[in-house]
Unconditional design. Structure first.
Length: 222
């Protein structure tokens, strides 16, 4: 049976990386590319602030091409949807029928994705949906995933968490009201090693700064 062709919505962070890892264990789907949103002004992955160079290194270690959606910063919803629609139409013409997401439990986001994809005849898949986030966070770490916190929402989490490793020490230190996977937007990550990669990405931590009411840790390629 031919596998269904799929794009992985790729934030460069832990949830999308682990969702990809799970999908690749399936006999039903073939991931044929990474769909990433990159800001034109900063040339970084939106919200996660991952440099394009590091995004490309991830794609290389996953042996997958990048499907880049370039957007201005700030970006209106109309511009985002228009450009995404054009990109996904190209994917449909290539025989791609599905897009997978690392979302865990935000119902409104899931419904939005499903509706927008259905408009062009595509389908959404959520491999990690409704997983217990405490168990999932430990599972990711136990599987060998290594990630660093690149963005913190200071309204929800102490800025000092920016730049920390996503490990069990971090999970122990998170306040009880913070989701262990940051599913409420408390923090975002960059994955530099794990079972989905052919090898680790050498990185170092640059400056930590505040921009647009968020705290960002600049991860550098070594």
């Amino acid at each position: 049976m031919l596998k269904k062709k799929m794009l992985m919505s790729w934030s460069s962070g832990k949830d999308s990386a682990y969702a990809l890892h799970k999908i690749r264990q399936s006999d039903e789907y073939e991931v044929v590319g990474l769909l990433s949103t990159v800001t034109e002004e900063y040339d970084r992955v939106a919200m996660h602030a991952t440099r394009r160079e590091l995004l490309e290194q991830q794609a290389h270690r996953l042996n997958l091409p990048l499907y880049i959606l370039s957007i201005p910063s700030p970006c209106t919803n109309e511009i985002y949807e228009y450009r995404m629609h054009l990109l996904l139409e190209q994917a449909v013409n290539q025989g791609i029928t599905h897009v997978a997401f690392g979302d865990l439990f935000l119902e409104d986001i899931r419904k939005y994705r499903e509706i927008k994809l259905a408009m062009i005849g595509m389908h959404a898949l959520f491999p990690l949906w409704k997983r217990d986030t405490t168990l999932l966070a430990h599972e990711m770490i136990d599987a060998g995933m290594k990630a660093i916190i690149t963005c913190v929402d200071p309204k929800q989490l102490d800025p000092l968490f920016a730049g920390r490793q996503f490990d069990k020490s971090l999970l122990n230190d998170l306040p009880v009201e913070v989701d262990p996977c940051g599913e409420q937007g408390e923090f975002h990550t960059f994955v530099y090693d794990g079972p989905m990669f052919s090898s680790a990405i050498p990185i170092s931590l640059g400056i930590i700064l505040e921009r647009d009411n968020f705290i960002f840790a600049d991860v550098l390629a070594e």
